[in-house]
Design a protein around this ligand. Structure first.
Ligand code: ATP
Ligand code: MG
Ligand code: MG
Ligand code: MG
Length: 468
């Protein structure tokens, strides 16, 4: 069996042989980049090399990058636990060329790595190219991909962007067909969201830069940026289409089952998946210096942690659970990411404290939610005011409430939630007038308004969160 750790070594080793510098993952919190909440792909740490602003003494690099996608342009939080292939935290393997090689080398490298080094059956693979990119299609043919396995895509799926601004370009992607026993269709078809055809690797031809005003320029040099999801490749090499059944994540699921004395594959299966995923994102974020708080990055962390904690609670755990799973994570990933070792005591303490505190209001909040729902006719949304009360009084992030409702096929009236939030803010603003601090507060509220009420999470007064 090729373990996740083996695949990482194979990938980095292959590109090292091809003259690439092995560069460590950058931290999840991007340095000097206010446009991005967390590193969401391998290219983030190289952004300025693509635009030509920064130069280093290498033109080829390869990395295993820690990524979190739980907000912003790439947000997979709501997929976790429900699709077989999305995580909030995952590792992206990549090779990069900074004005060195371009398409005609990047594609053959990828094909050789996938079919020879990793030994994936070429007959199970298909590729997509950007609809106007005849050159990429020709190169795929030249390495032996039959014409009917090269799919042209006109949507943004084959034009990659890190976020609203930054280097970008057309891309080509490799998909693996898990076979007819799974539902789903090839990329570009109406059934593409199924779990049968899974995207494993994206090769981006970096040749443009997008600006805030919507304009785009051609970059002076042509570069390569690729990203392969290690968990997805581990899944197919281990004969499953389910990332959560792979060696590393399965170990975390078993730790979760042990800690809660429940069956990893029983009715609580989804809970264990969410816990395993969120344990990784929370722990890595804490190791990179993020602490739970009521705004910004810290609030994203808090949302992830509390969401996991609700799932642990649903498994019947009376005492905090998350911190007890950390040793298992460190065993799995501490060798590749020594920061986990170093931060282990901090991670455990932070998780334990948050879970202890959240447990004080979690039960009462869930009971309120149940009461509200029992009075609601089938098909009606949970009123925004109720969701806001859960947020304000019981410390339930909105997405936690949405996640809890999803299990029951219900939704929240988010407009109503925003309205309650706005009302609360207006009251607070009125109450504060004449204190002499109005200037600061105006700024504070401006920030809130720019970000919209649902994203604005800095405000709290007497709430449960305020006591944290
Ligand atoms: P998808 O369409 O499946 O959501 P994506 O197109 O958003 O993936 P890219 O931005 O192209 O993903 O990232 C490169 C690679 O990273 C993907 O091909 C995939 O293998 C992996 N990847 C992306 N998002 C996730 C995730 N949430 N969890 C695990 N792996 C991921
Ligand atoms: Mg995606
Ligand atoms: Mg995609
Ligand atoms: Mg992609």
């Amino acid at each position: 069996m090729q373990s996740l750790n083996d695949i990482r070594s194979t990938f980095l080793g292959y590109f090292e042989k091809q003259g690439h510098q092995v560069v460590p993952s950058s931290p999840l919190v991007p340095r000097n980049d206010p446009t991005l909440m967390f590193a969401n792909s391998g290219m983030v740490q190289f952004k300025n090399l693509f635009t030509g602003v920064e130069h280093r003494d290498y033109k080829r690099a390869t990395t295993a990058q820690k990524c979190v996608r739980a907000g912003g342009k790439h947000n997979d939080l709501d997929n976790v636990g429900y699709t077989a292939r999305h995580h909030t935290f995952f590792e992206m393997l990549g090779n990069f060329s900074f004005g060195d090689y371009f398409k005609s080398d990047a594609i053959p490298f990828a094909w050789e790595l996938v079919t020879k080094e990793l030994g994936i059956d070429a007959k199970r693979l298909l590729v997509t190219v950007y609809h106007t990119d005849d050159e990429a299609a020709e190169i795929w043919k030249s390495v032996g991909v039959p014409e009917d396995r090269i799919i042209r895509i006109a949507t943004s799926d084959n034009f990659w962007m890190m976020g609203p601004t930054g280097p970008c370009g057309p891309c080509t992607e490799i998909f693996f067909d898990h076979g007819e026993k799974y539902w789903g269709g090839p990329p570009g078809s109406p059934e593409e969201d199924g779990d049968r055809f899974v995207e494993i690797w994206n090769l981006v031809f970096m040749q443009n830069e997008q600006f805030e005003d919507g304009s785009m320029r051609a970059l002076d040099m042509q570069s390569i940026d690729t990203g392969m999801g290690i968990e997805r490749v581990a899944a197919l090499l281990q004969g499953t289409n389910d990332n959560y059944a792979t060696d590393l994540i399965r170990a975390l699921i078993e730790a979760s089952a042990d800690a809660t004395s429940t069956d990893p594959d029983g009715p609580g299966k989804t809970h264990h998946r969410v816990i395993a995923d969120h344990l990784r994102s929370s722990s890595f974020l804490i190791a990179d210096g993020v602490m739970p708080s009521n705004d910004g990055r810290g609030y994203v962390l808090r949302r992830i942690m509390r969401r996991a904690m609700r799932h642990a609670h649903m498994l019947g755990s009376k005492d905090p659970v998350m911190h007890r799973l950390v040793p298992s994570l460190v065993r799995q990933m501490g060798a590749a990411y020594p920061e986990l070792h170093r931060a282990q005591p901090l991670i455990e303490e932070t998780l334990k404290l948050e879970e202890t505190r959240f447990k004080q209001t979690l039960d009462r909040g869930l009971k309120l939610l149940d009461d509200e729902l029992s009075g609601l006719p089938e098909g009606t949304k949970l009123p925004g005011a109720s969701a806001f009360k859960l947020y304000d009084t019981y410390g339930f992030p909105l997405d936690l409430t949405q996640d809890a409702l999803r299990e029951r096929g219900r939704e929240v009236d988010t407009d109503g939630f925003d309205a309650s939030m706005a009302e609360q803010k207006a009251k607070a603003r009125a109450a504060w007038s004449g204190t002499g601090e109005a200037g600061d507060l105006a700024l504070w509220f401006d920030i809130a308004e720019t970000h919209g009420a649902t994203d604005f999470l800095g405000y709290d007064t007497e709430s449960a969160e305020g006591q944290m």
